[in-house]
Design a protein around this ligand. Structure first.
Ligand code: ZN
Ligand code: ZN
Length: 184
């Protein structure tokens, strides 16, 4: 729980002023907000400033304002098998009660700052949970050739390395033994 002063001009800081703290009042909104920075896991995330579409409902309850919503955002990342760019999107649902007073709230609860609430942490937490830990460019991506590192989807069908290579490798292994003249 952090009681801090919110910047009313920050894009994810929203006003609940119209609800007037009267339980039962509701307000519905459709918004497009720029994605905050640094939402992601190792291989995929939300590009900063990309458009995030939100359907949100504010509902005044006794202790605070209940925010229920859906967010849709594009994702950008890299395929864990072949390292090609991955483009996808995710839709997340969230619900959070923002308390009027820290006296009613527990340690991890969110608080209103006057009439303002900051939806960014709620959005961030909801999205991160949906991100794939191992994104792939396609389900049947065959990855990279272990011999030469070429992306197999881009290689000739049946791409493989000649058995000759292996034989040469064997011969090369023999040569040092042959020349291994230990006389000193
Ligand atoms: Zn791939
Ligand atoms: Zn190869």
């Amino acid at each position: 729980m952090t009681q801090r002063n919110l910047n009313p001009r920050a894009p994810w800081v929203l006003s609940t002023h119209e609800l007037g703290r009267r339980p039962g009042l509701m307000r519905q909104m459709n918004l497009v907000l720029p994605a905050p920075a640094d939402i992601g896991v190792e291989m995929i995330g939300v590009p900063k400033d990309i458009d995030v579409e939100l359907d949100i409902r504010f509902e005044a309850v006794m202790e605070g304002v209940l925010v229920t919503g859906t967010a849709r955002t594009p994702l950008r990342g890299e395929c864990v098998r072949c390292l090609e760019p991955v483009t996808s999107q995710t839709e997340v649902n969230f619900q959070e009660l923002f308390f009027y007073s820290s006296e009613d709230a527990a340690e991890d609860d969110s608080l209103l700052n006057g009439d303002l609430l900051d939806l960014e942490p709620t959005f961030r937490d909801a999205v991160v949970l949906t991100l794939p830990l191992s994104p792939v460019c396609s389900e049947d991506c065959t990855g990279l050739c272990v011999e030469c590192g070429i992306r197999l989807a881009d290689a000739e069908p049946g791409h493989k390395h000649e058995v000759v290579d292996a034989r040469w490798a064997k011969l090369q292994n023999l040569i040092p033994e042959h020349n291994n003249d230990q006389e000193s």
